[in-house]
Design a binder for this molecule. Structure first.
Ligand code: ARG
Length: 455
């Protein structure tokens, strides 16, 4: 005789270590509220469909509510012998309300139950992640709005390329976060369909009402194939790919924040609240938060790989392998929630050293393209203009001068097309503000963008 809910077929007890090895209760207990939510809707449906009596349904629902309170009050201890959250809750229910509790699992299996639980859980988590993403988007926009005067070097190959507004740089990250938001909304729509009713794999012999349960649980509809319903983990993989792309974005911003807060760049100062000191070097203020977020990107990519590998070549339908879907998913959720939360505050409190950015922007011949464009407007083909300015820059390097410091005579050594008005084109402001096209860095283009975002 076995005390297991599935013990009927067995004559010997499970090996103790096998019990521990196969149990998921240690990590799937975080699904308890969703397991109860799904079970309540299922029980009510069983009553409505007269598969069980309405009194039995009521007893089950009341019992589940009590278990919910018990768990929330920390009064319920989970047992490894009961394997997972589903059987822990069901066993408790039977303990509390007696044999009628055993009717809850009618027309259902743990395979469709776990599929519905994860979806309910993930859906809630996605809704809170969407609000974290909106907060980060808001802090990027705020940085942009408050620093419209700041000009910084724009880079390609991490070499000074052309001056840009710091606001423009911040809004570039806003674009990435906006795409992340849209990706997340998109995948949420795709997976918000209810798998319950698939049974173990083939459907159920009972006259259940899946559509009604789906509506109760806030799903947009029901899944269309029972085999797929219990074996699909695409949504977890899609979520982890969304998360990987998000972390890739955060790692890029992290890298820039680390560089910018070094003494060599000295573009920003992170608030003390987000840094730590060194135990040996008293002068150090380390940008730990962006460094850690950059580092955590690795585990999120790893989780995506775990899930893809977990699901690879699995035959239909449910396989126990799939119990391994939870830890990578949960770890991804925890990691991105933490990273987003801390980033939104850190960006809001970051101090911008506009003067230093400006000095750096003026170095490295950042307005060379503007001289070339000037020559083009005077009639020179761009390739020739490129050559002219190339020689001008070489002259500057050899004579340790910057482009705006050249005299008109010096300019004219390289092209007679250059006249006194060149000086109107080679300042940082002129260079930035000349790039007015939509998506450009000119102050008016950036202000237009900020106004659009404010709508
Ligand atoms: N703990 C299991 C999981 O997370 C629940 C489903 C178990 N189904 C089964 N047939 N053993 O995958």
């Amino acid at each position: 005789m076995s005390s297991k809910l599935w013990g009927g077929r067995f004559t010997q007890p499970t090996d103790k270590f096998v019990e521990e090895f196969t149990a998921s209760i240690e990590f799937d207990q975080r699904l308890y509220a969703y397991d109860i939510q799904g079970s309540k809707a299922h029980a009510e449906m069983l009553g409505r469909q007269e598969i069980i009596s309405s009194d039995e349904a009521k007893q089950i629902i009341v019992g589940l509510d009590e278990i919910m309170k018990g768990i929330e009050a920390g009064k319920i201890e989970f047992s490894v012998a009961l394997e997972d959250i589903h059987m822990n809750i069901e066993a408790r229910l039977i303990e509390r309300i007696g044999a009628v509790g055993g009717k809850l699992h009618t027309g259902r299996s743990r395979n469709d139950q776990v599929a519905v639980d994860i979806r309910l859980y993930l859906r809630d988590e996605i809704d809170s992640i969407l609000s974290y993403l909106a907060a980060l988007e808001g802090s990027l926009i705020k940085q942009a709005r408050e620093n419209l005067d700041v000009i910084m070097p724009g880079y390609t190959h991490l070499q000074t390329a052309q001056p840009v507004l710091y606001s423009h740089h911040m809004l570039a990250y806003r674009e990435m976060i906006a795409r992340d938001i849209s990706r997340l909304q998109d995948l949420r729509t795709r997976f918000n369909v209810m798998p319950l009713g698939a049974g173990a794999l083939a459907g159920t012999t009972f006259n259940i009402d899946r559509e009604w349960v789906a509506e109760q649980l806030g799903f947009d509809g029901v899944t269309r194939n029972s085999l797929d319903s219990v074996s699909d983990r695409d949504f977890a993989i899609e979520f982890c790919s969304f998360a990987s792309i998000l972390m890739m974005h955060l790692s890029r911003l992290s890298e820039e924040l680390v560089l910018w807060s070094s003494a060599d760049f000295n573009f920003i100062e992170l608030s003390d609240a987000f840094c730590t000191g060194s135990s040996i070097m008293p002068q150090k203020k380390n940008p730990d938060v962006p460094e850690l977020v950059r580092g955590k990107t690795g585990r999120v990519y790893g989780n995506l790989m775990s899930l893809l590998t977990l699901m690879k070549a699995l035959p239909l339908a449910y396989n126990k392998d799939m119990q391994e879907d939870k830890e990578p998913l949960f770890d991804t959720l925890d990691t991105i929630k933490g990273s987003l939360k801390i980033f939104a505050d850190m960006i809001t409190e970051m101090a911008v050293k506009g003067g230093n950015m400006r000095v750096a922007a003026a170095r490295g011949f950042s307005t060379a393209t503007d001289v070339a464009d000037y020559c083009v407007r005077k009639g020179l083909p761009f390739r020739q203009a490129h050559e002219v300015v190339g020689r001008t820059v070489r002259y500057c390097v050899e004579n340790n001068k910057d482009i705006p410091e050249l005299s008109l005579a010096e300019f004219q050594k390289f092209s007679e097309l250059i006249e006194a008005d060149i000086y109107d084109y080679v300042t940082l402001e002129a260079s930035v503000n000349a790039r007015k096209s939509t998506g450009g860095t000119a102050r008016e283009a950036v202000e237009r963008e900020l106004a659009r975002l404010a709508e």
